[in-house]
Write a protein that binds this ligand. Structure first.
Ligand code: FDA
Length: 299
């Protein structure tokens, strides 16, 4: 499986950049903010919500971090200007978390403050495990001042159920996902069903405690089980939403929308699309598989 994965990743890496774009563009709104705005308008017209993400990796300098924050500020302006039904997702390391925790705190605070002024919301994505505690620290400090901010929990991490217990007490607004980074088995479940079981265990506790949850998955099994859980716990419809990535399982997305549940699409855009695509391909053999499959299907 590991050899197959490596082969897939290598195949994608030697593809010409234009070809990678051809397949990546399904998962990315475009290179400009305007392309993202246009796409969000289209999905909003179907009654589907969005969360906008300016693509970018962990930044190396304060200047890059400030530039990334400025671009995120522009997203908030565009949401208002275009009356989009959307919020903002950001990566803590893009805001400078790997350089200086205080810098990331100040930058995210600025974004959350602006979002609060326009009645909007900022979701702090969760990255790999060296940043888990730091991300929670920054989140908690900001949450002391503003409540229009939420975090992401990753069901593959063994610590997550315990984090759920602690963060529920604050009234946290969650996104719950499986987790996309490669983590050691000492801290992360590797077995597919074990991850699903932990996902459902955490989701149940979040919902039981009255926390708002973004149920972020394309896994039909998890979606079906979430439906069951929502019904059995009689969870009000304004206490959860489903979330999916742009371009993935649109059939399921439309079904959830038709079933009358709130659904939000994660819409990444920006110049940094190549690094993002390759990184995602390396992290998730499923995506590499899809791309290589489509590539060969074309010939
Ligand atoms: P799984 O990987 O099992 O996929 C289920 C099915 O979906 C597959 O069998 C396939 O049919 C389909 N599928 C998946 N990927 C596809 C693709 N590229 N093309 C076509 N079909 C595909 N992770 C993280 O660590 N931190 C974060 O902050 C976030 N944020 C986030 C936001 C949102 C809105 C989503 C939906 C996901 C994330 N993730 C994330 C990623 C998440 O952790 C996880 O890696 C992916 O969602 C894949 O897991 P699934 O639950 O979809 O199951």
């Amino acid at each position: 499986m590991a050899i197959f994965h490596d082969l897939l990743v290598k195949t994608v890496q030697i593809m010409p950049i234009n070809l990678v774009w051809l397949f990546s563009k399904k998962y990315i709104a475009g290179k400009t903010l305007q392309s993202a705005v246009n796409l969000v308008k289209q999905i909003n017209a179907k009654g589907i919500l969005a969360t906008l993400d300016v693509l970018g990796e962990s930044v190396k300098t304060r200047e890059e971090a400030i530039e990334a924050k400025n671009k995120a500020m522009e997203v908030l302006d565009a949401i208002v200007k275009n009356k989009l039904n959307a919020n903002l997702s950001i990566k803590p390391t893009q805001m400078g978390l790997a350089i200086d925790k205080e810098l990331a705190y100040k930058q995210i605070l600025e974004l959350v403050k602006k979002a609060s002024q326009i009645n909007n919301f900022v979701r702090i994505d969760m990255e790999d495990s060296p940043y888990t505690d730091l991300t929670f620290e920054v989140y908690k400090k900001i949450y002391e001042e503003y409540n229009n901010v939420g975090v992401v929990l990753q069901a593959y991490l063994k610590r997550t159920f315990n984090d759920t217990i602690l963060l529920n007490k604050l009234g946290t607004n969650y996104r719950l996902c499986k987790g996309i980074y490669i983590e050691p088995s000492t801290i992360a479940y590797k077995d597919k069903q074990a991850i699903r079981d932990n996902y459902l265990k955490c989701l149940e506790l979040m919902l039981k405690n009255g926390n708002y949850v973004g149920i972020a998955t394309h896994d039909k099994y998890l979606i079906d089980k979430s439906y069951e859980l929502i019904k059995s716990l009689n969870v009000p419809r304004d206490m959860f939403e489903f979330q999916m990535l742009l371009g993935v399982r649109e059939d399921l997305r439309d079904k959830i929308n038709k079933d009358g549940y709130k659904i939000r699409i994660y819409v990444p855009y920006g110049e940094d699309w190549y690094k993002y695509s390759i990184r995602r391909l390396q992290e998730n053999p499923n995506i590499a598989g899809h791309i290589v499959k489509e590539f060969f299907a074309m010939h």
